[in-house]
Design a protein around this ligand. Structure first.
Ligand code: DX5
Ligand code: ZN
Length: 221
């Protein structure tokens, strides 16, 4: 059993961002996870367009861009132009989610919808057939290095049931507190993509950390 891995640059060394992107380029990672925070939707501010464009230039893996911003509709064009390959918006930030999804699709990008820990997966019932990815937040968004919320397994079970019932062709991603301690269990619960910040860039050997997550290498716990 293998997982797809998306290292989150939020925990990278921003003074050596090109070096850390290159580490991911040369690893077994499947995507590069880019967290965009506006200080409104979440109580933190991360990076904007110039930095994202610089990441795109350096990246040789697809960019998995996670928008933690209010009013994402106003910026979708620019994030697509800046090089997002998957663009994920938060359910909680979109009044007209279907319209937002269609807008992203116009650019030929893959579309993801993220839900916060308090948001039931059932809100996605009437949209899941239209999207490429569901991102289950397994911490409250805003910061790296937080503890995984155990109730998330229950949400993943219910999400899997919904996906099977509808025969939806959608990837399931989890974000927050992911490490070798829970990676295998998450994949058993139907997760396709593991986002990992601290458990990758907090390690002396990030390449090895990515490989262990990818292979769900329990021996390395
Ligand atoms: C948090 C971000 C995450 C963050 C995860 O709001 O969406 O992508 O980088 O960090 P870890 O893996 O350290 O919990
Ligand atoms: Zn994220």
């Amino acid at each position: 059993m293998e997982a797809k891995v998306a290292p989150s640059l939020l925990s990278a060394d921003f003074g050596n961002l090109a070096r850390d992107v290159e580490i991911v380029n040369n690893s077994l990672a499947d995507y590069i996870h880019v967290d965009i925070m506006d200080g409104v939707f979440v109580p933190n501010i991360s990076i904007g367009f110039p930095v994202m464009s610089a990441i795109k230039k350096a990246a040789r893996k697809p960019l998995d861009v996670h928008l933690m911003i209010s009013n994402p509709d106003a910026y979708i064009d620019r994030f697509c132009e800046a090089g997002a390959d998957i663009l994920t918006v938060h359910y909680e930030a979109c009044t007209h989610l279907h319209r937002t999804i269609e807008h992203i699709k116009c650019f030929g990008k893959k579309v993801g919808v993220a839900i916060n820990p308090h948001t039931p997966v059932e809100v996605l019932t009437d949209i899941i057939a239209d999207i490429d990815l569901v991102l289950i937040m397994t911490v409250n968004p805003g910061f790296g290095g937080q503890s995984f919320i155990e109730h998330s397994y229950n949400k993943l079970n219910r999400l899997r049931e919904m996906i099977e019932k509808q025969g939806a062709n959608v990837m399931v991603e989890v974000d927050g507190g992911v490490s070798l301690k829970n990676a295998a269990k998450l994949v058993e619960h139907g997760v396709d993509i593991l986002v990992a910040g601290n458990s990758v860039f907090g390690c002396v050997n990030s390449t090895e950390a990515i490989e262990n997550l990818k292979k769900l290498n329990d021996g390395a716990k």
